[in-house]
Structures are given as structure tokens and as C-alpha cells.
Design a protein around this ligand. Structure first.
Ligand code: SAH
Ligand code: SF4
Length: 342
């Protein structure tokens, strides 16, 4: 079943398909309009196309490939969408409205091969990569649900830079004027520090933002959080991140998931501030959301002391606003909880 996805197809592919199937050329324009103006990738809804063309599209493409199968919402408007893929696998995306902007958090893989000990996304291992078309469908399902976003963060399930080719295609579709025409400055790719992927990301030479999940100031502490199979040293990660900063012309963010008794000491805060200052980076503190009781979130006072120490050292720091329902606050948790139930 190596069918392409209709979502993400451009003028060339659609014109070629129309010619091959003896549909007039203007039909490809209508298709482009449905896809990238109306945000519709299901042929059944494309009512100005003839019925035989809609059937042919469904035969030749995954169209639609995915659908929303569950929604977990909170009172503050955050919605976590569980998305069922064409083969029955599931991923999550999160719609995060704030006063003046709408952010989408997107997944790039089914499961995660990195398997950080604290994260629900890698708990059941790794199943497969998402194709660019699936990432675009995920985005379009969000647009249909909540409108066009101001920002996109690739911080859902998976390590996007381990699925580099498909992620790069999806980034291109999101930013290309023929498709969604988003500014690369409004898109952030988060990585657990997969150095070869970061080097390729730098080669894109576009103004995407990079967020690096460092979580520790020494390699010893990092080893308590991230398994060895996809773990690079902090020095290598920072070198690759600097490469991205210089190529993309963007400061990067150091993400730091705070876990009680592991990485929350003030000495770590000072070292983290030094790293950020030396690399012209920003720090984002993420208070840990417990997934299975193995790790705990630090007390509020500990998080505050950590943040204040960084500020006192003169580094730029923000704290992730804690939102989302209890069972589904952290990425991958809704999917895992639904898998347990089914
Ligand atoms: N694989 C990429 C992107 C997805 S994870 C990466 O690791 O960066 C996005 C962010 O969510 C990472 O910084 C990760 O550390 C954080 N995260 C994962 N599980 C979490 C949890 N239970 N609580 C708080 N943050 C979590
Ligand atoms: Fe994968 Fe990121 Fe979760 Fe680590 S934190 S298991 S890299 S999704």
C-alpha cells in the first residue's frame, strides 16, 4: 500500500495525475484550491468535482488518510487531538490557544526510538515514521478544528530529526508560497540532541527555530534520563546547535525538563545559565509531568529558586506554562492511556 497522500501534493503532481486520468487541467486547480485554501483533503467533501474523479482520487491516494478519533479538552481551551492513521496507528497533536496567538504541537513519528526514561512517547517503543503527507494531514486536521495557527512546534510524539527527510518535506510544504506560506520563523523543531539530524537541519539554511532538549549540565546526569543508544555528549550537541544557529540565523532554545532530585539543584542552574550565555541561547524550563511514578516534578519553590538563579546569572529564561488535562498533559500520554483502555 505505497499510495501517496493527497495532502501535500503540489501543482506538478496534481496536473500529472489529471492528465494521466484524462481529467481536464482546470480540475487540478480546483484540487489545489480545496487542499490549500479550503483545507480539505477528503474527496467526498469536494462537491464541485465529478463523482468519478472523487472515486479515482480515493483509489490512487490516501485521501483521507487520517481522522480525529478522540479529543481531550481543558477549560483553558487546550485541545489534545488523538489522530487515527490509515493503518490504525495513533498519534497526538495539541491545539494551544493563547490571548493573541494559536499554537499547534505536532508529532513526527508513531512512538519514539529515543525512549527517554521520563517520557510517555517512547514507552511502547517505536512503530514507524510519519510521511510528510501524514504530517500535513495532522496539521490540516488542526486547522479544520481550530483555524490557521500562528506558530507550530514539533514537540509532540517522536524525534523529528530521526525522520529528517519527511520532516524536511513537510517543513517545505508548510512554508512554500504554493502551499501554506508560513514564515519559517514561526516554526520550531525540538530535538533530543540527535547530532547528525541537527547537522542536516543546519544545511536547510532556513530561519526555522531549533529547541534542544538538554535537560542536564553534565553527561552523567543526562545518562540518567536518556538511554545510550541515541545519546550524544553535551559538547557535541552544543556544537551542532551552534552550527544551526549560524546557518539559520536564529538563537536556539535550551529545553530543560525539571525532575526532582535529578537535575534541579542550584549548582545546575548556575551551569545552565553559563551554557546559555556562552552560546547566546534562551532557556525554557519545563516542570516535569509525571507519567508513571518513576520520576517526580520538583516542588514549586525549588523550580522558582532554579529560575531565579538563572536570572541572577543574567541568562534569558522562560517557564513553560502548565496546561493540559491531567491524564494528557505530557506528550504521548493520551495515546498511551487510550492504548491501555483498548
Ligand atoms: N523528541 C523531541 C521532541 C518531542 S518531546 C525532544 O525530545 O525534544 C518535546 C519536549 O517535551 C522535550 O523537551 C521533552 O523533554 C518534553 N517532555 C517529554 N515528556 C515530558 C513530561 N512527561 N513532562 C515534561 N516534559 C516532557
Ligand atoms: Fe522521544 Fe522526545 Fe520523548 Fe525523548 S522526550 S522519548 S526524544 S519524544
Amino acid at each position: 500500500m505505497n499510495k501517496p497522500f493527497l495532502a501535500g501534493c503540489g501543482t506538478d503532481e496534481l496536473t500529472f495525475w489529471c492528465e494521466k486520468n484524462k481529467f481536464p487541467k482546470f480540475r487540478s486547480k480546483q484540487l489545489l484550491n480545496w487542499l490549500y485554501t479550503q483545507n480539505e483533503f477528503s474527496p467526498d467533501a469536494m462537491l464541485n468535482l465529478p463523482a468519478n474523479m472523487r472515486e479515482a482520487l480515493k483509489n490512487d491516494f490516501h485521501a483521507p488518510g487520517s481522522e480525529i478519533s478522540d479529543i481531550a479538552s481543558t477549560s483553558d481551551g487546550v485541545e489534545k487531538l488523538l489522530i487515527k492513521l490509515h493503518d490504525g496507528e495513533t498519534i497526538e497533536m495539541v491545539v494551544i490557544p493563547a490571548d493573541d496567538r494559536l499554537t499547534f504541537c505536532l508529532s513526527t513519528q508513531v512512538g519514539c526510538p529515543v525512549g527517554c526514561y521520563f517520557c510517555a512517547s517512547g514507552k511502547n517503543g517505536f512503530t514507524r515514521n510519519l510521511s510528510a503527507g501524514e504530517i500535513i494531514e495532522e496539521f490540516m486536521l488542526g486547522v479544520k478544528r481550530a483555524g490557521f495557527p500562528d506558530n507550530i512546534v514539533f514537540m509532540g510524539i517522536g524525534e523529528g530529526l530521526l525522520n529528517f527527510e519527511e520532516l524536511a518535506k513537510a517543513l517545505n510544504i508548510l512554508t512554500h508560497p504554493e502551499f501554506f506560506n508560513m514564515s519559517p520563523r514561526r516554526i520550531t523543531v525540538s530535538t533530543s540532541g540527535f547530532v547528525p539530524g541537527m547537522q542536516k537541519f543546519a544545511q536547510l539554511k532556513r530561519e526555522y527555530n531549533l529547541a534542544v532538549s538538554l535537560h542536564a549540565v553534565t553527561d552523567e546526569i543526562r545518562a540518567k534520563l536518556i538511554p545510550a543508544k541515541v545519546r550524544y555528549s553535551i559538547a557535541e550537541i552544543l556544537k551542532a546547535a551552534d552550527l544551526c544557529r549560524d546557518a539559520n540565523n536564529r538563537q536556539y532554545t535550551i529545553e530543560y525538563t525539571m525532575i526532582a532530585g535529578i537535575n534541579d539543584g542550584v549548582d545546575s542552574a548556575r551551569k545552565l545559565a553559563d551554557i546559555a550565555i556562552n552560546h547566546h541561547a534562551k532557556i525554557n524550563l519545563i516542570p516535569y509531568n509525571s507519567t508513571d511514578g518513576m520520576f517526580r516534578r520538583p516542588e514549586r519553590s525549588v523550580i522558582e529558586a532554579f529560575e531565579n538563579e538563572i536570572k541572577a546569572a543574567g541568562a534569558r529564561v522562560t517557564r513553560r506554562v502548565e496546561r493540559g488535562t491531567k491524564e494528557s498533559a505530557a506528550c504521548g500520554q493520551l495515546r498511551i492511556s487510550r492504548m491501555k483502555k483498548s
